[in-house]
Structure formats: C-alpha cells, structure tokens
Design a protein around this ligand. Structure first.
Ligand code: FES
Length: 107
C-alpha cells in the first residue's frame, strides 16, 4: 500500500444520548465521512489521500470535526456543502479553507 500524501481523520465518536459533551457522531459525522470518501473515489485519489473515521479529536461541541495532515488543520462544524470545497481547495489545491478551520484558541 502506498503511503498517502494526505490523511484526513474524521471524528465519528458517538456517546449516549444526553451526554454533556455531545459527539460528532450525533452531528452528522457519518455523512461527512461518506461524502469525503466518495469525493476521493470520484477523483481517483486512492493512492494519495486516505480518509479514516476516528475517535474523539477534542472539541466535541463543534462537530462534525475533521483533521487534515500534513499541517494539522482542524475543520469544525463541517456541513455537507463544505466537503467538496475542502477537497477541491485544500486536498487538491493545497490551500486550507481558512474560514472553516478551528480558531487559534480552540486548536
Ligand atoms: S466527539 Fe468529535 S471531537 Fe469529540
């Protein structure tokens, strides 16, 4: 398996209903993960980009959250309509979508 140039970790953590921290799983992470995987597949980027569903990344009340390496860029409150832009501008174009990134005080 080739080493991916870009690795996207998507928090898919779930917690019991009513848990005070909430979770990305409850805010639509599965849909974001699926959409990202489809975008990668559509562009045939399998050997360059890895998408991994992961556990908690930290800021649970800001989910769905995803983390892009290299660069440790944390996207928060990702909506379905943000996914293709993140792929086009950041994953392919190399320019992070700054307005969707976590603020300095959070990450
Ligand atoms: S549950 Fe996603 S960051 Fe904690």
């Amino acid at each position: 398996m080739p080493k991916p140039e870009i690795h996207v970790f998507v928090c898919n953590q779930t917690r019991p209903e009513g848990h005070p921290r909430g979770s990305c799983g409850a805010s639509g992470a599965a849909q974001i993960t699926q959409m990202l995987s489809e975008e990668v597949a559509k562009r045939n980027l399998f050997t360059q980009v890895a998408v991994t569903a992961t556990g908690c990344l930290g800021p649970c009340d800001c989910g769905p959250n995803l983390l892009v390496y290299p660069g440790s860029h944390l996207y928060i409150r990702v909506k379905p309509e943000d996914v293709s832009r993140i792929v086009e501008q950041h994953i392919i174009g190399g320019e992070p979508v700054t307005e969707l990134l976590a603020p300095e005080e959070l990450w």
